[in-house]
Design a protein around this ligand. Structure first.
Ligand SMILES: Cc1cc2nc3c(=O)[nH]c(=O)nc-3n(C[C@H](O)[C@H](O)[C@H](O)COP(=O)(O)OP(=O)(O)OC[C@H]3O[C@@H](n4cnc5c(N)ncnc54)[C@H](O)[C@@H]3O)c2cc1C
Length: 403
């Protein structure tokens, strides 16, 4: 498919592969053992422009657009999904919220350092009682106190919450107003009191952790409010639209990584005197994986093309995210079967990839939530792209690059 892409894209894919093979893959197990975030590798990836594709050069991005972003994420995820654990924080939701909803001063102060990998980012929307119903069930509140806000409550699953230098945190300034009462803040947990992060044990990376956050009158200066009070949910939803295209790319990379491992293993593993790839039932499994991957790739790339063209993408991004995350689940499960008992051993990465496929299925809008959105659009109850062009927010991607 690379032959059909703009000519710079395959070259970007090659440079990601070289970086992953020479710098990341040899070092990452060491960081995992030490439970240490690889800040130096994140900075190198930032310096190479791997987090800046959807941001214009004026803020330190490359302006290459969403097609470059999805290809970069697909390639990182194919080669070692753990290293994609900071992609949303460095090149996705966190800087996108600031770029979409921030003032010129806020953008200049925060965005270039985040996408350069110099500042570690975070985005804290989810709470223990509010995942899919993020705004409706949100309990965290922010109260104005002179020239600061004081935020109290808790957040759940904030990836890199224990490491971040800067982050986006959503809290209610008007608890009675539902989604219209949600305000977004740029937070700096190392600078201000009242912020505690507690990493959550998971089967995923030990270096790129997600945390529960406990906020006790956590101080945020008024100048760090993003947009006006009540605009926070609009900003985060717009940023998550880009996030869905990108999470589809991660899921695609996981599926391809599992498929490639399965193909290699099927050629190597001898059973009854034959490589197992000679068995037609194994061939059927490999063919099913190949078909699912090509379909997901077409959807993820189409979403990126729509985003780069400034077209409405909510519906297509949901379809792509759903399909790619189903494909990741299917391919990691099938690859594990092809590996037999060894598929469960941590010696082979296919066991690890399966856990990440589950995350892609649930994170940033679960599979069921995507299905509801797609079906309500089909039935005419709620058109998925009804807000297109009405957000009043800056557009990301090529249109932004041309600014
Ligand atoms: C490792 C990890 C990292 C994460 N990182 C971040 C982060 O950095 N920042 C952040 O803010 N969040 C983060 N999240 C949170 C993630 O986005 C949520 O887990 C996700 O939105 C789902 O919310 P939930 O887990 O509360 O599930 P719930 O909302 O409780 O859903 C439970 C089940 O109900 C289903 N369901 C929900 N609504 C409907 C419906 N209308 N119809 C049918 N079924 C429905 C869901 O599909 C799911 O199967 C992370 C999560 C994980 C696991």
């Amino acid at each position: 498919m690379d032959e059909l892409l703009p000519e710079e894209i395959p070259a970007i894919r090659d440079s990601v592969r070289r970086f992953m093979e020479s710098e990341v893959i040899p070092a990452l197990d060491g960081y995992e053992e030490r439970r240490e975030l690889p800040r130096d590798l994140i900075m190198k990836a930032g310096a190479a422009g791997f987090y800046g594709s959807t941001f214009p050069e004026s803020v330190g991005g490359t302006g290459l657009g969403y097609m470059a972003a999805v290809v970069i994420l697909e390639e990182i995820s194919r080669l070692d999904i753990r290293f994609a654990g900071c992609s949303n924080q460095q090149g996705g939701n966190c800087p996108a919220c600031i770029y979409l909803g921030g003032t010129e001063e806020q953008i200049e102060k925060y965005v270039p350092d985040i996408i350069a990998g110099k500042s570690i980012g975070m985005m804290a929307l989810t709470e223990a009682g509010s995942g899919s119903d993020a705004a409706g069930a949100m309990k965290t509140v922010a109260k104005r106190d002179g020239d600061v806000y004081r935020i109290s409550g808790s957040k759940m699953w904030a990836t890199l919450g224990d490491e971040c230098d800067v982050g986006i945190l959503l809290a209610k300034t008007d608890p009675e107003a539902g989604a219209r009462g949600v305000t977004a803040f740029i937070v700096e947990p190392k600078k201000y009191p009242g912020f505690v992060a507690q990493p959550i044990p998971t089967q995923l990376s030990k270096a790129f952790r997600s945390s529960a956050l406990y906020l006790d009158d956590f101080v945020v200066p008024v100048e760090n409010r993003l947009g006006q009070e009540g605009e926070g949910f609009k900003i985060i939803m717009r940023a998550l639209q880009g996030g869905r295209a990108v999470i589809g790319a991660k899921a695609l990379g996981i599926a391809i990584g599992a498929y490639e491992d399965a193909v290699r293993y099927a050629n190597e593993r001898i059973v009854r005197g034959n490589p197992i790839g000679k068995f037609q039932l194994i061939q059927g499994q490999i063919a099913d994986m190949a078909v699912a991957i090509e379909a997901s790739r077409a959807l993820v790339y189409k979403t990126a093309q729509y985003m780069d063209a400034g077209l409405a993408t909510n519906r297509i991004a949901s379809i792509a995210k759903l399909h790619a995350s189903q494909t990741a689940k299917f391919c990691t499960d099938t690859a594990q079967q092809i590996f037999g008992g060894y598929g469960i051993s941590t010696e082979y990465r296919v066991s690890r990839y399966k856990n990440y496929a589950d995350l892609m299925f649930t994170g940033e809008g679960s599979a069921n939530v995507q299905k509801v959105l797609i079906a309500e659009d089909a039935l005419g109850y709620k058109l998925a792209d009804r807000h297109h062009g009405k957000t009043g927010l800056r557009e990301l991607g090529r249109s932004a690059a041309a600014e």
